[in-house]
Design a protein around this ligand. Sequence first.
Ligand SMILES: [Zn+2]
Length: 317
Amino acid sequence: MNTQAAEEVRRLFAGIRRAPGSESRYAPHKPLLLLMALARIQQGQPARFSFAEIEDELKTLLTEFGPSNAPKTRNMPFWFLQNDHGGKLWSLKLPASLLVYSKTKEPTIKELRQSGVSGGLSEEVVSAIQAQPQLLMEVARQLLHSTFPDTLHESIASAVGLDLNVPVRHVGEAPAEYRVHHKPGRDKAFRDRVLQAYEYRCCVCGFDLRLRHMPAGLEAAHIKWHTHGGPDLEPNGLSLCALHHTLFDLGAFTLEPTTLKVLFSEHALSGSRGMTGELRHHGQDLLMPVREDVRPGREFLEWNWKNVFKREARPMG
Ligand SMILES: [Zn+2]
C-alpha cells in the first residue's frame, strides 16, 4: 500500500476551497460534485465525464440538499475545482470554445453543456483511490462530515449512489470488518441541555414519546450547522423529533427569525393531506422554552433562513 499517495489524496480533498465570502456560508457545490465523482469510481464507471452527462444529477442534488438558488450555479464546481491545488485534484479537458475563459471567469451553464467539456478527478487521484478502496470511503466521509449535518449523510450517500459500508479488509487481519463510523467530537451535553430547555418535546409537533423514562426519537438540532461554525449553545439548538430534525436540515421548514413562527417552504408539498396533515404546523408559534435565555438566537435563525431554508415560505393561509 502506498501510504504517501494516500496521504496526498487526503490532503487534496481536505483542502478544497469553498465559495468566496463568509467562512460560514453553506456552499455544498464542490463537495456534492466530488461525492458524485467518487461514487462513479466506486461503481466502476468511467472516472471522466462530460458536464452534459452529469448536469441533471447535479441539479437534482443541489435542489434537494443545497440552499435555495444552488442549482442556478451548477456550472461553478465543475469549472472552479480545477483551481484547487493547482489542478492536482480535478482536471478539465477544454475544447477550443472554452479557451477564452480564465480560471477566475467561468462559462455559463449552457456553454459548459454545449462545449462537450469533460472533467473528473485527476489521474493520480483516481489511481490512488482504485488501489485502495477504503481511501475512497474515507475521503467521502470526510467530505460529508465537513459539509453536512449527520442527519443528511445517509440520504446524500444514497442519492449519489455511494456505499459507505463496504467491508474493508486490512492486509494480515482477520476477516472483513466494517469500518467504524467515528463522529467528530461533539459536546454531548448540548443534546441534554437543549432537550431539557424544551421540556423533552419536539418544539414543532409536541412529540414526546418516552421509552421507560428515556426520551425516544428526540434530537437536538443545530440551527446554524456545526459544520459551519454553529456553537453548541442552547440558542443555537432546537429540540426536534427525528422527522422534524430531518425536514429542518433539508430546509423544508424554518423559524421566522423575529416572530419565531414555524414556516414551511413553498416547495414542501403534501397533496393528500395538505394543511390538515404534514403542513398543519405552518404558521404556528414555536413551542417555546420557558427560560428566555435559551430561546433561539436571531443570528442563527438568519443563517438558517439564508443558507438552508428552501425559500420562499408558503403564503399564510
Ligand atoms: Zn416533530
